[in-house]
Design a binder for this molecule. Structure first.
Ligand SMILES: C[S@@+](CC[C@H](N)C(=O)[O-])C[C@H]1O[C@@H](n2cnc3c(N)ncnc32)[C@H](O)[C@@H]1O
Length: 285
């Protein structure tokens, strides 16, 4: 386990993932009843963008810093409001900004009746996460393998909620592991929302992952992606995606408005691009 999210916090992939996560949590809050947020690979939570690790790569400069400086129209403001609320406000000075990763973003957005279960396996990041979450009766922290823990957490007592599966993609079989975790989880809790994050380092493994998911006959799957540059196996990460099972009904429409904007603002080259598509497989009539 070498991956540490603090080096990448606030980069274009985080902006994409966290803006959509915040939007989905916001949709879940439209019903009064409490829901459960499960983060299988939570990371440390809060990351100082001026700290050693984030400064060493400076990836946030092409991510949250660009978004913070962009002009937003009314629709973009609406769609990004939950993200900025989760971050504790739109960054004014990104150089002295503490960036909230997925668990802290969710902690800020959830209500007293909602619950969070957060898994983080790396001992140092688990310690940081515990410190960053502080005392909060809504939160349960597990220093466990998130894939394994997930089975025992479903279905949650609230019967409503979202599972974020956001692994580090250090191992070659991460797509297979993620797919397996989803299929097992979906059988136990078919009505939950599942958001699976992935990097697009090469087109082929992503295409194969999507094909395999389509063949699983899970009824409602949305695929969202943005690219901020040409995809090159020897270059820095340039594209990222989320597969969302049981997407909230407003999400596809929101993504069609938000993703072209994010792709344009975050583009490192001449043109960014985006994708919003349904993943459908053959189903028996
Ligand atoms: C991509 S980062 C998570 C980022 C975080 N979800 C966010 O959006 O801010 C992946 C994290 O998973 C942790 N990790 C790696 N393998 C794990 C496993 N099997 N179970 C739980 N956590 C794991 C890593 O230590 C790392 O902190």
């Amino acid at each position: 386990m070498n991956y540490r999210h603090s080096y990448h916090a606030g980069n274009f992939a985080d902006v994409f993932k966290h803006a959509l996560l915040a939007l989905m949590l916001d949709y879940l809050k439209r019903k009064e009843g409490g829901f459960r947020y499960i983060d299988t690979h939570a990371g440390p939570g809060l990351i100082d963008l001026a700290g050693d690790e984030a400064s060493r790569t400076g990836e946030w400069r092409d991510g949250i810093a660009r978004l913070a400086q962009a002009d937003l129209d009314a629709r973009q403001q609406d769609l990004l409001a939950p993200y900025f609320a989760g971050l504790g406000g739109k960054p004014v000075d990104e150089k002295s900004f503490i960036y909230g990763g997925s668990p802290c973003l969710a902690q800020n957005l959830l209500r007293p009746q909602d619950r969070l279960t957060l898994c983080e396996l790396h001992p140092e990041d688990a310690r940081r996460l515990e410190r960053n979450i502080g005392r909060d009766n809504r939160v349960r922290l597990l220093q466990e393998n998130g894939y394994r823990a997930l089975k025992g957490l479903l279905p949650p007592p609230e019967r409503r909620g979202l599972v974020l599966i956001d692994p580090p993609f250090e191992s070659r079989d991460e797509f297979e592991a993620m797919e397996q975790a989803l299929v097992t989880a979906w059988k136990k809790w078919p009505t939950g929302i599942y958001a699976l994050w992935y990097p697009v380092k090469e087109i082929r493994p992503v295409a194969q992952f999507i094909e395999r998911l389509a063949a699983r006959n899970i009824p409602r799957i949305l695929r969202l992606e943005i690219a901020v540059d040409m995809i090159r196996t020897d270059g820095p990460l340039a594209a990222t995606g989320l597969v969302i099972v049981n997407p909230p009904y407003l999400l596809a429409e929101a993504a069609r408005d938000l993703l072209p904007f994010l792709a344009r603002v975050l583009a490192r080259g001449p043109g960014g691009s985006f994708l919003v598509s349904e993943v459908t497989g053959e189903r028996p009539a």
